[in-house]
Design a protein around this ligand. Structure first.
Ligand code: UDP
Length: 235
């Protein structure tokens, strides 16, 4: 396996499947199958999940809600998704722990780095909920932050597109995909991989990112085996 310890970032929107809102149990089960496959290969797996399928702070703010209030609601949404994913993984026999950046003791452990690493070493899948625990951040930033903290080999950003393109492939038919691109070139070309805070944190810590299509079963395994799936961003 190319990667021993990964930080998998799943967007909340991806969990919707074909729905307009909420969680699609079929999609969730498919993700759990893919995760199980790499788990069986001995990959240590930490997961950060978004909340966009339920609530986004900026959306609340555009409707007149206080931004900070909205962001905390968004963080709670990520905990709901984390619990759903935890259930799906456990249904398939994996051992998991949910750790949250906001304390919610009846359902999750508080985030403690050393404990998270210990869980990973014991083969438990660790899901990090509530993002960074701070408003004005995103779950992409949480993914990179946790990835750096637990010393992950790579951030695997599962999305609906299969990598980073020269321009938006949905609008520009001549767009081509990068197999690999440097952090510097992403910035120089103004490409959109993650929000700036998340991206800079990854660059500063030389933590590579792979952007790939998580909705294609088997991709996760192929990446861990070292195949060129999606786009790799590194130094
Ligand atoms: N959020 C936050 N701080 C964080 C992570 C998330 O305030 O560290 C809030 C923010 O309002 C965000 C929402 O949680 O809009 C859901 O997260 P995100 O939009 O990153 O989810 P995704 O786009 O991956 O589904």
């Amino acid at each position: 396996m190319k990667y021993k310890r990964i930080l998998l970032k799943l967007s909340g929107e991806a969990l919707m499947g074909d729905r307009q809102y909420g969680i699609d149990p079929i999609r969730l089960a498919e993700y759990a199958d893919d995760i199980k496959t790499i788990h069986e290969q001995g990959v240590e797996i930490a997961i950060v999940i978004g909340g966009g399928n339920i609530f986004r702070g900026v959306a609340g703010a555009s409707n007149g809600m206080d931004r900070v209030q909205g962001d905390y609601m968004g963080m709670l949404a990520t905990i709901i998704n984390g619990m759903a994913l935890q259930g799906a993984l456990e249904d398939k026999g994996m051992l998991t722990r949910l750790q949250t950046a906001l304390k919610i003791e009846a359902i999750a452990e508080p985030y403690i780095k050393r404990r998270a690493v210990r869980h990973l070493e014991k083969g438990r899948i660790v899901i990090f909920g509530a993002g960074t625990g701070n408003p004005y951040f995103t779950t992409d930033t949480a993914a990179v932050l946790r990835g750096v903290e637990i010393d992950a080999d790579v951030i695997l950003k599962g999305t609906r597109v299969d990598g980073i393109y020269t321009s938006d492939p949905e609008k520009d038919a001549s767009a081509t995909k990068f197999e690999r691109i440097s952090f510097e070139d992403v910035l120089a070309k103004g490409l959109n991989v993650m929000d700036t805070t998340a991206f800079t944190l990854s660059q500063e810590n030389e933590l590579p990112i792979v952007v790939f299509d998580m909705n294609k079963p088997g991709n996760l395994l192929k990446i861990c085996q070292g195949e060129n799936i999606g786009t790799l961003v590194n130094k």
